[in-house]
Design a protein around this ligand. Structure first.
Ligand code: GLN
Length: 454
């Protein structure tokens, strides 16, 4: 199949199922033109590493001269003036970018229901959510609308929708991939992540986009291994699973059974698998929601209607009134809730009680996670407590929605890499994901082991 044929096929697939609402925009003409150029390069024998890869970008990743909105009204009319480092690196290796993908507004959510562009639907059951916040990106890979999607994972937004949609989702180590050109939600947690149908594709894309970047001083300068060339497991591993996760109250029985079967299979294969206590699990979500809302309240202060994006059409007396009207109209309710919560935890009277305390807890969670890795290569856990829930099911109950990330946030709080891989389905035929976490910068081992488990 030529690149042109492939792009045509994907565009057809996207148009055949508009109700999935995975893409906010497709770059049809442009993708086809680029496909023709890359076909020529392939014929000439000088094509890049990602020639033939058709890739979608979550609507939080900049692509020069293309609209970008974080699925929010507040960025109406905004066009990127530059490309994210990841976008540039994809293009430099001859990837084809097919469009931008639906997500929860400013990447806040676990169901893709908080998008100004409407809900997106899980292709396994269209009455259910795809997960979030990178819901459109997960569906795109699930429903054969592109080869790879780039999303962002601040608390689980790549792994959770990957699990709900039955695809692979990788969140690398914090600082492994440049955040230059990624719309900020919570900067000390945000990570660009990769969706794919198999590990090899994900590994190859990681090796292209990871690594040092002068535009982002937080990026690690550690060398980037050729991940896609090292996907075999050659030794027996030590794997921990956390007692508190498998004893977790809301864990769906079929997911528990999948984790247990995986443990048995690993033991049979000669790996060491042991239970470890992790009593801090119950603090992880509160810590996450205090720190990320604090960072979000600061990061989102820039959307004020002055230089770009939406500005109120109503009359206003002064600048403050203009801000208030603009931000009340432009931000959806979940984003407003988080800005207010974050402003509250950072306010002078509550700073120590919430923000400082959460920072201290973050350190403890990181240290006890590090401790586990003194004895084990990987932590195995479910990706999510349940499979994909119904559209609307958790809309009224924010806490239920937040609980969807119970098992994914640890990796973001600690900054370690984690991956979700599909492992069968539940009784209703909905995909189940299991998750592996590894020590900092051990993406090579993580990908190899995930490949072995798939
Ligand atoms: N669902 C989590 C949240 O709402 C995670 C979001 C993310 O990883 N971007 O914050």
């Amino acid at each position: 199949m030529t690149c042109q044929e492939k792009v045509k096929k994907y565009i057809q697939n996207i148009k055949a199922k508009p109700q999935l609402n995975a893409f906010l925009e497709i770059y049809e003409e442009e993708a086809l033109q680029r496909a023709a150029q890359i076909d020529a390069k392939i014929a000439a024998g000088n094509a890049g590493k990602l020639a033939g890869f058709v890739i979608g970008l979550k609507d939080v990743i900049c692509y020069q001269n293309h609209p970008l909105q974080a699925s929010s009204k507040i960025l109406n009319g905004f066009v990127s003036q530059f490309s994210a480092t990841v976008t540039e690196r994809l293009l430099a290796e001859d990837a084809i970018i097919i469009g931008r993908q639906n997500c929860d507004e400013f990447a806040m959510g676990s169901s893709n229901e908080n998008s100004a562009f409407g809900i997106a639907r899980n292709a396994a059951d269209e009455s259910r959510v795809p997960g979030g916040s990178s819901g459109g990106s997960a569906i795109a890979v699930q429903a054969d609308l592109c080869d790879i999607s780039l999303g962002s994972d601040t608390g689980g937004s790549v792994r959770q929708p990957a699990a709900f949609c039955g695809v692979v989702g990788l969140k690398p180590t914090y600082s492994r991939i440049s955040r230059f050109g990624l719309i900020a939600y919570a900067s000390s947690f945000d990570c660009i992540g990769i969706f794919g149908r198999n590990i090899k594709d994900v590994a190859l894309v990681l090796e292209v986009i990871a690594g040092k970047d002068d535009q982002d001083s937080t990026v690690s300068s550690q060398p980037v291994p050729a991940y896609s060339q090292q996907l075999s497991v050659t030794s027996k591993k030590r794997i921990a699973y956390l007692k508190e996760t498998i004893e977790s109250e809301g864990l769906q029985p079929e997911i528990l059974a999948t984790v247990k079967n995986t443990i048995e299979q690993l033991k049979k294969d000669g790996h060491t698998v042991e239970q470890v206590d992790f009593p801090l699990l119950k603090y992880i979500l509160p810590v996450y929601y205090i720190l990320t809302t604090a960072e979000a309240s600061s990061n989102l202060a820039r959307y004020d209607g002055v230089r770009y994006g939406h500005r109120t059409k109503e009359d206003f007396e002064d600048l403050e009134e203009m801000y208030k009207k603009t931000r009340s109209e432009g931000f959806g309710s979940e984003v407003q809730r988080r800005i207010m919560l974050g402003t509250f935890v950072l306010s002078a009277s509550y700073y120590d009680a919430y923000y400082t305390k959460a920072q201290k807890m973050r350190r403890l969670i990181k240290e006890s996670t590090d401790k586990i890795f003194e004895n084990y290569d990987f932590i195995l856990l479910p990706t999510t407590p349940t499979t994909a829930f119904k559209i609307g099911e958790h809309q009224k109950d924010v806490l239920q929605m937040y609980l969807a990330d119970l098992f994914t946030v640890q990796a973001n709080v600690a900054g370690i890499p984690a991956i979700s891989i599909p492992k069968g389905t539940d009784e209703q035929g909905l995909p189940i994901g299991i998750q592996l976490m590894a020590q900092y910068f051990k993406e090579d081992e993580l990908l190899a082991f995930a490949n072995y488990l798939m």
